[in-house]
Design a binder for this molecule. Sequence first.
Ligand code: KIV
Ligand code: NA
Length: 276
Amino acid sequence: SDKFTTQAFIDAKKNNRKITMLTAYDYSMAQILDESGIDAILVGDSLAMPIQGKDSTLEVTLDEMLYHCRCVARGVKNAMLVGDMPFLTYHINPDEAVRNAGRFIQEGKANAVKLEGGTSMAAMVKAIVRAQIPVMGHIGLTPQSVNIFGGFKVQGKEESAAKALVEDALALEDAGAFAVVLEAVPEMLAKLISEKIGIPTIGIGAGKYCDGQILVVHDMLGLYSDFTPKFVKQYANLRGKMAEAVSTYVSEVRSQQFPEKQHSFTISDDVLEKLY
Ligand code: KIV
Ligand code: NA
């Protein structure tokens, strides 16, 4: 089959073939991504912003994530499906982490989970992998740490912070993670990390030397405009296209240009006559 697997992640890095990822939160979007040849889809807790209208990911619940995961799963044929573990579902202890990761597989129909943190989360990663659930790490700007970071800013610019990120990446590889997301870290630090570890790095705001790239789909399609990070490239302005379509609809309904005959159903004159 053409299903993208954890082995395909490792092979891609070996063969210098860049890995492509995007987020999706619903069935139709998942279908579009899958049919366009994306390697893997993340049901990210970033849905807090474009889907839920919140300003951080911290309130997203496991049940909300599982609901979106199931919706996305129905639209996916070939891409690997990764479920993003929300805040506090993997921090307490390895047992809870395994049970909650398991729900992504059993109820969310995901193929793997992602969680934020490096060295500090290695025990959780190890426990989840021991339960035969593939884990993707995520270090650098980890949005669930916003209250510790004091905002969304680039990570690893100072020597000690950069050293800690290298340690985090090595700890994730050692714990059995199959890939690691690097978010908002300097390009040359991401290059160094990508060279130091055997598992692929998936960059977002981490430059061109990562083994793959991921973006939030609502950002790259121009569907969400409350906040656009520096690292986003907008490949389309669907918000503009959609607004145009909606205002055309509004004016056509008001001017009675819509609906037309072809959008309407008929009834025989015989039946109609009897009603008058
Ligand atoms: O939630 C998310 O979409 C993410 C990616 C941006 C890596 O964690
Ligand atoms: Na996330």
